[in-house]
Design a protein around this ligand. Structure first.
Ligand code: SF4
Ligand code: SF4
Length: 177
């Protein structure tokens, strides 16, 4: 929810760190429909994960060997930096571009897409990059960095979104989009 105007992971936030003049103003998250009181409808938030092709699509079967992903590979390091998202919506609620353009996929959905772009087992990168390349996708990000500053899991969606911009450009140059 929002505390004194900023989205917070409230169950892990100490009052002493966020109270201003001994005052707390608590409100529902911004950029989401309010159901009642402090409760927001998270459906639009997670619908955008689906629109960004945030589902893993593998090609292996139960009969195949496990895929081996080296812990120090560049792709695995990119995934490690972004994978611990808890879906709290703090970044989405803090993003000005979401407020201006409700169709914008937003930092969390794009961060999820970035983890899959770097997942060497995944087979759906072409449609995923096409999904995040549109007007409401990664290029709509204005690099305000608010999402990265506020993420309680210390994820930097801004960095992943920049990675998506590069990946989309490379795919376009190769004629894959
Ligand atoms: S960096 Fe991009 S996604 Fe993050 S808050 Fe700013 S505009 Fe939104
Ligand atoms: S990226 Fe961070 S702020 Fe955004 S939903 Fe995930 S954990 Fe929450």
């Amino acid at each position: 929810m929002s505390v004194n105007g900023k989205a917070r992971w409230t169950c892990r936030t100490h009052v002493a760190n966020v109270a201003t003049d001994d005052t707390l103003e608590i409100a529902p998250l911004n950029n989401l429909p309010v159901i009642k009181d402090l409760v927001t409808d998270m459906a639009p938030f997670f619908d955008k994960w689906a629109q960004a092709k945030g589902q893993f699509k593998g090609a292996r079967t139960r009969a195949d060997e496990f895929a081996r992903v080296l812990p120090d590979s560049p792709q695995r390091k990119e995934v490690d930096a972004a994978i611990e998202c808890i879906g709290c919506g703090v970044c989405y609620s803090s993003c000005d571009v979401v407020a201006w353009n409700p169709a914008y996929l937003g930092p969390a959905a794009l961060n999820r897409a970035w983890t899959l772009v770097n997942d060497v087992r995944d087979t759906a990168n072409a449609p995923r990059l096409a999904a995040v390349a549109g007007d409401a996708g990664c290029h709509a990000c204005h690099t305000h960095v608010t999402c990265s500053e506020r993420c309680p899991k210390h994820i930097a969606p801004t960095a992943g979104i920049a990675g998506l911009k590069r990946a989309v450009a490379v795919a376009a140059i190769k004629g894959e989009l």
